[in-house]
Design a protein around this ligand. Sequence first.
Ligand code: ZN
Length: 133
Amino acid sequence: MRKIEHLGIAVKDLEAATKTYEALFGKPAYQSEEVESEGVKTVFFKTGDNKIELLGATREDSPIAKYIEKRGEGIHHIAFDVEDIEAEIDRLKNQGFRLINEKPKNGADNKRIAFLHPKSTHGVLVELCEEIA
Ligand code: ZN
């Protein structure tokens, strides 16, 4: 794992949240993308070297909608940049970590991603992401 790639924030109203973060950072989002398989729409901001991803549900049975119902809005996951996601998944499995995705899937922002189960990381949802070259 190299560095934090981005922080994901779950929001109820993506349009309102986008305006809030545009005001906070003083600049517009650089990307917005729907990940249909996940029932989620994402909006990405850059601030210095860091990235923030806003996540809004696009349907009621989306994991984000369920998350917000249970725990409210707020920080949802920490994503780490990895060089070789398959190797990292194998390494973590061998270390005893539980993975939500044992195989990488395509995520937003031109990435292959996999999530670790928060039960094996003390309550934090960790995303691995490898930039697609
Ligand atoms: Zn993410």
